[in-house]
Design a protein around this ligand. Structure first.
Ligand SMILES: [Zn+2]
Length: 310
């Protein structure tokens, strides 16, 4: 995949078989193994010994092709020291293009949350894939499986804990290395586990405000709390995600909050509240002030209820 090297002949006798200007480069198989492509022929690694690796044609088993390569181990791009025997089959045109395309889809699958079928569809739509490349790509299902596999492997993290006591968070840090687990009651024998996700910077910010909104399920949540709930739900992207994905999302959320705080602190306007909600808040504030000053007790709740049902 990475670069192109030229065959280097060390043995004059082999010059005829090697061909002077054949390009060799590393590519990655659909299953993720390293391969070497020489033109449109592909080789897989057999063994390494004394700084030399031995590669055989991928048609070794199926077509009994005995063409093989001796490659300087660790060379990048691959330096082919010697090629033995000729292929007994035609080149698979488009194979290199196809493998590279699959590799790009796998990377896309790893960095995004898009469905494999969507990644496949958009790759097919966007790339200038030649007909031979498309044919060499193989079945759509195999490509989708490869995308899922790379995603699964990389998300595999530690295995899922069976209980809160088994959960071992390890380190949860921002990209700047700030710890995000502010408090953890620990893996005690009791069934309760109390973990606070935050960091000093966020707490520091909270000290600047005179009002905090707590969401305990009893009070009417205000729009910003609802907005956070909605945003976090979208970020998580599912109802029963693993604890590891949840922790990853907490991390992402903290980091995007920091960006928002930074924007606000540098004078960027916060989103405007809808007039309807501004009015209700004003009315409620007036009602509360009045209740405090006049000792109103009987009428207070019905009046609040009237405002909320509007
Ligand atoms: Zn072959």
């Amino acid at each position: 995949m990475t670069g192109v090297g030229q065959l280097r002949e060390v043995d004059d006798e082999m010059a005829e078989q090697s061909g002077p200007n054949v390009l060799a480069k590393y590519i990655t198989s659909t299953r993720g193994n390293k391969l070497i492509a020489v033109g449109e022929f592909v080789f897989r690694r057999m063994k390494v010994s004394n700084g030399t690796s031995y590669w055989i044609c991928t048609h070794y088993d199926r077509k009994k092709c005995r063409c093989s390569l001796k490659v300087l181990e660790g060379s990048e791009p691959p330096i082919v020291l010697k090629q033995s025997q000729e292929h007994n089959h035609c080149a698979t045109f488009g194979i290199v293009e196809a493998k590279e395309m699959v590799q790009r889809m796998k990377i896309q699958g790893f960095v995004s949350n898009e469905a494999p079928s969507k990644i496949y569809a958009s790759a097919m739509a966007s790339a200038q894939l030649s007909p031979s490349g498309a044919i060499a790509m193989g079945r759509k299902e195999a490509v989708k499986r490869a995308i899922r596999r790379v995603r699964y492997r990389n998300n595999q993290a530690p295995s899922l804990p069976k209980s809160l006591q088994e959960l071992e968070i390890g380190t949860l840090e921002t990209s700047g290395g700030e710890n995000l687990v502010l408090y953890d009651s620990g893996r005690s024998a009791s069934n309760r586990r109390f973990i606070v996700f935050s960091n000093d910077t966020l707490l520091e910010n909270m000290t600047r405000y005179t009002e905090w909104h707590a969401d305990d399920g009893m009070h009417r949540t205000n729009n910003s709390v609802e907005r956070w709930h909605h945003g976090f739900r979208v970020l998580v992207g599912g109802c029963h995600v693993t604890i590891w994905k949840f922790l990853e999302c907490i991390k992402m959320d903290v980091m995007q909050n920091r960006v928002q705080l930074l924007q606000t602190s540098t004078g960027q306007a916060t989103p405007k509240r809808k007039k309807k909600y501004v009015d209700i808040s004003d009315k409620l504030k007036r009602l509360c002030d009045e209740a405090w000053s006049t000792d109103m007790t009987t009428d207070f709740l019905p009046r609040v209820a009237y405002n909320l049902s509007e």
